[in-house]
Design a protein around this ligand. Structure first.
Ligand SMILES: Cc1cc2nc3c(=O)[nH]c(=O)nc-3n(C[C@H](O)[C@H](O)[C@H](O)COP(=O)(O)O)c2cc1C
Length: 396
């Protein structure tokens, strides 16, 4: 599984740094290419000579080394398939969670757009510190995979949580990731995300509260499963897969028709919150406030993208719809999947304050054509997206 994979290992200043020598050997033994970046503090715990001998590569520590005209943090990001920070100190976790880039390792973590793994290792007090836990949670909701520490005897002489995960477990996480990465290889997936904006005049629009986080998580999960992803979105976002920007439901309709029907993609996931109605007339000039107390805007129906795509798709294409309801969730969802004719419908309850629109968390029901319903309990949107992929396409 790891043969010829490019693995970048990041080592920080923790006592468990020496254990990474074993991890480098394990990766190398199984055919991976390994490069190592280390914080200056990490080199107090393990020597450059040891690391470079084991990885058979130079060790990258210098942020301002641009000898081949490409800064190291860009060149290494391009090279690596995954980036594994182990051990990850409380200090470095805090910096990455807050986008700080004061050394090569933290700059790499900030610039890296593929899968980042972080294996925290520290004293129990540090690990349980609220700020550290908050930073770990921030990393989780931005899609970083945390390799949870073990509980046991720590170097500081105490027993508790904070021990670096066993090397075999770290290795297994990376192996599982690459295995997962081959499940949808060769499949083209189109995902829509965000709320559409329907213009009233050049400065005003009718919109909705959709943040696009669930759709982004779905696109990220599909990419992690190895799919060729196109994300049609209504908000700014940088990703290594293809993205297409749209604003209105009409623009989204054209983009989806083009990417899914014309280009014959395999799967469409309609996560976007598409406006059902738009103003009949979009004024060319800003509407001025007049003396009258009322303004009437006539709304007309937008195309129903999900229904249209379900009608026009060919037999081998698959469509997954999303629905957001504030009451009678399952009843409406089951009606909707039958009416629209999609293969699966993911239903989420937007009445709950801590899940749904704009939240980093969600709780969903996955309904299939036969109305078989599977609940996925509350979790980060990233984990919900991975669980949806696992449910629909299996682990490998
Ligand atoms: C002997 C020793 C062991 C340490 N072990 C850890 C550790 O396991 N985890 C941790 O988060 N910090 C540990 N620290 C503290 C870090 O080295 C310190 O926070 C440092 O600033 C981390 O720098 P870095 O994140 O840039 O590598 C240790 C410090 C010393 C002196």
């Amino acid at each position: 599984m790891l043969k010829d994979k490019n693995i970048l290992i990041g080592i920080t200043g923790g006592i468990a740094a020496y254990k990474i020598c074993g991890l480098i050997r394990l990766f190398k033994k199984n055919g991976a290419n390994v490069k190592v970046t280390a914080t200056p503090n990490a080199l107090n715990f393990v020597t450059e000579l040891t690391l470079s001998t084991l990885s058979q590569e130079q060790i990258y520590t210098e942020q301002f080394n641009t000898k081949d005209r490409k800064p190291e943090h860009i060149a290494l990001c391009d090279w690596a398939d995954v980036f594994v920070i182990a051990p990850a100190s409380a200090n470095t976790i805090g910096k990455i969670a807050n986008g700080l880039c004061d050394n090569l390792l933290t700059s790499l973590a900030c610039a890296f757009q593929k899968q980042l793994f972080v294996a925290p290792a520290m004293n129990t007090g540090m690990y349980n510190n609220i700020a550290v836990q908050k930073n770990i949670e921030t990393l989780k909701i931005t899609g970083v995979k945390i390799i949870e520490p073990d509980t046991g005897f720590l170097a500081c002489g105490t027993n508790g949580v904070g021990r670096l995960a066993e090397i075999d477990r770290i290795y297994k996480c990376i192996e599982d990731y690459f295995q997962q990465n081959s499940v949808l290889k060769g499949k083209k997936i189109v995902v829509t995300a965000g709320g559409t904006k329907e213009n009233i005049d050049p400065v005003r629009y009718i919109g909705n509260y959709s943040s696009g986080k669930m759709g982004t998580a779905i696109a990220d999960a599909a990419a992690a499963y190895g799919a060729d992803v196109t994300l049609i979105k209504t908000f700014p976002l940088n990703r290594s897969y293809r993205t297409v920007d749209v604003k209105s439901a009409q623009e989204m309709f054209h983009a989806v028709s083009d990417e899914f029907l014309q280009k014959n993609a395999d799967i469409l996931v309609m996560t976007a919150a598409v406006a059902d109605y738009k103003p009949e007339i979009c004024e060319n000039l800003k509407i001025k406030k007049e003396n009258n107390d009322e303004l009437t805007i006539k709304l007309v129906k937008n195309p129903d993208i999900l229904q249209e795509m379900c009608k026009k798709k060919n037999a081998s294409q698959q469509i997954i719809g999303f629905c957001a309801e504030s009451n009678n969730l399952l009843e409406y969802a089951k009606e909707k999947i039958q009416k629209k004719g999609c293969d699966y419908l993911i239903a989420n309850d937007i009445s709950s304050k801590d899940t749904g629109f704009s939240s980093d968390y969600n709780e969903v029901y996955v309904i299939d054509k036969n109305l078989k319903t599977t609940k996925i309990d509350k979790d980060t949107k990233q984990n919900i997206a991975m669980k949806i992929m696992e449910l629909l396409y299996g682990k490998n």
